[in-house]
Design a protein around this ligand. Structure first.
Ligand SMILES: [Zn+2]
Length: 185
């Protein structure tokens, strides 16, 4: 897997049998490389441990840190703390194939480098929750942008009935388009 971005490349051909550790700071650049705009302000501390046994590599990824993702309800971004782990078996073979099982890939033995960016990307994206909404504060108040909440419900304070209106807004794509236009004007 060749790429312009060499940040996450490991020269596996130089690795002796046994365990090796590499540390990285992961930021937005990695996600922009995959044209992903779902998360931003990424600050992850990543450790990659590679155990080599001749043609087999066991890759352990461990990351913790923060990023921001967009709220499905008010479209503001909110911060999320994550603690991520991922494990991949990489086998040197005739061709590179990252499209197999997500935990098992093959790498062309003539490629001397292993680019782990894709695995970091996968690990992070798989950790994202299906429902992405601002967490509530200690008193149970929505952390959403109050202006937008007022715009959706007509009130600045969320009542029981408003919760249903907000749930509907969250899953309404047309509503989101409207809201986006509002932001852009
Ligand atoms: Zn929100």
């Amino acid at each position: 897997m060749k790429s312009e971005d060499l940040t996450y490349q490991i020269q596996h051909s130089e690795l002796e049998n046994g365990e090796h550790q590499f540390d990285f700071q992961v930021d937005d650049k990695l996600f922009l490389r995959f044209e992903n705009e779902e998360i931003r302000n990424v600050r992850l501390k990543l450790t990659a441990k590679i155990t080599r046994k001749s043609d087999d590599f066991l890759l352990f990824l461990d990351a913790d840190g923060d990023f921001e993702m967009q709220c499905d309800r008010c479209l503001d971004f909110f911060s999320q703390h994550v603690d991520l782990h991922h494990e991949v078996v990489i086998k040197l073979d005739e061709t590179t194939n990252f499209d197999t099982d997500e935990d098992f890939v093959t790498l062309d033995r003539n490629d001397n480098y292993l680019d782990i960016a894709y695995f970091i990307y996968e690990m992070t994206m798989l950790s994202l929750p299906i429902r992405r909404v601002h967490p509530e504060d200690e008193s149970g108040e929505s952390g959403c942008n109050p202006e937008i909440i007022k715009f959706i419900t007509g009130e600045s304070h969320i009542t029981e009935e408003d919760a249903e209106v907000l749930d509907a807004a969250e899953s309404d794509e047309n509503w989101k388009k409207k809201l986006k236009n509002l932001y852009n004007n």
